[in-house]
Design a protein around this ligand. Structure first.
Ligand SMILES: [Zn+2]
Length: 228
C-alpha cells in the first residue's frame, strides 16, 4: 500500500480530527490524533480532544503528584485516580477542573509570600552536582560545584538564569539565585548532558519540565517549592 492510500485510510478513520476542530480546553489548533506510529498535536480524553500542550499540563500535574516525596505537602486537593496512565479516561469536565484548580491553588499559594512573586516551580527531585573541569570548564566548575539542582515543572510564570528565588522548604525559607536552567528533553543522563552542552537557553517557561541549578549548597528537608 502506498503512502497516499494510507493517508486516505486515516481520513475516514474515527481517529482523524478535521482541521477546523479546536482543543476543547484552550481552543488551540489540533492535528491528527495519536496513531500507533505517527503522533501529532492532539490527544483524546473520554469525551474530548485536547491539544498536546493542554494534555502535557495534565501529565506534569499527574507526575508531580505521583513523584512527590511527601504527598501531604501537595497543596491541591486530590483528584481520585489522577495518574498519567488514567488521563485518557478523564472527562473534559474533570480535566478542566484539575487545570483550573492547579492555577488557582498556585496563585493562592504565591499570594502568601507577597505580590512580588509570580512564578512557581514544583520540585519532583533534587540532587547536588559535582561536575569536573573537563566536563564544564574551570570557571563553571568552580561556580557549580556542590550546588543544589532541583528537577520539576513550572506551574506558574517562568524561571531563568539570574533570577532571585525563594526556596520554600517546609517551614524554612531560603533565598537563592538561579545559576543555570535547562529544559528536560531526554531520559538518560539528562542533567549531565545539559551541563556539558550548556547551550545558553537558560529559561524554563510555564508548564515546562526541567532543571534549575541553584546557588545553594544546603540540603532540603522536604519537597520544596521554588518561587520568584
Ligand atoms: Zn489546548
Amino acid at each position: 500500500m502506498g503512502v497516499f492510500q494510507k493517508f486516505c485510510e486515516w481520513g475516514t478513520d474515527s481517529k482523524y480530527v478535521s482541521p477546523s476542530r479546536k482543543c476543547d480546553v484552550c481552543g488551540g489548533k489540533l492535528g491528527f490524533l495519536e496513531t500507533g506510529f505517527w503522533s501529532i498535536n492532539a490527544k483524546q480524553l473520554s469525551d474530548a480532544v485536547l491539544c498536546s500542550h493542554c494534555y502535557e499540563k495534565l501529565e506534569r500535574l499527574a507526575e508531580y503528584r505521583t513523584a512527590c516525596i511527601k504527598p501531604a505537602l501537595r497543596k491541591e486537593p486530590p483528584f481520585k485516580g489522577f495518574t498519567v496512565k488514567a488521563i485518557p479516561q478523564l472527562s473534559l469536565e474533570t480535566a478542566k477542573e484539575i487545570l483550573e484548580t492547579s492555577v488557582r491553588c498556585g496563585e493562592e499559594e504565591l499570594s502568601v509570600y507577597g505580590s512580588e512573586y509570580t512564578s512557581l516551580f514544583r520540585m519532583r527531585k533534587a540532587v547536588f552536582i559535582y561536575p569536573t573541569a573537563l566536563q564544564v570548564g574551570v570557571v563553571r566548575q568552580k561556580r557549580l560545584n556542590g550546588k543544589l539542582v532541583v528537577f520539576g515543572f513550572v506551574q506558574l510564570g517562568q524561571f531563568q538564569k539570574g533570577d532571585e528565588v525563594l526556596i520554600v522548604d517546609g517551614e524554612e525559607r531560603r533565598k537563592a539565585a538561579v545559576l543555570e536552567a535547562y529544559v528536560f528533553d531526554c531520559e538518560e543522563n539528562d542533567l549531565e548532558v545539559n551541563l556539558k552542552a550548556n547551550m545558553g537557553k537558560h529559561r524554563l517557561s510555564c508548564w515546562q519540565t526541567g532543571w534549575l541549578v541553584l546557588d545553594s549548597t544546603e540540603a532540603l528537608n522536604t519537597d520544596v517549592t521554588v518561587i520568584c
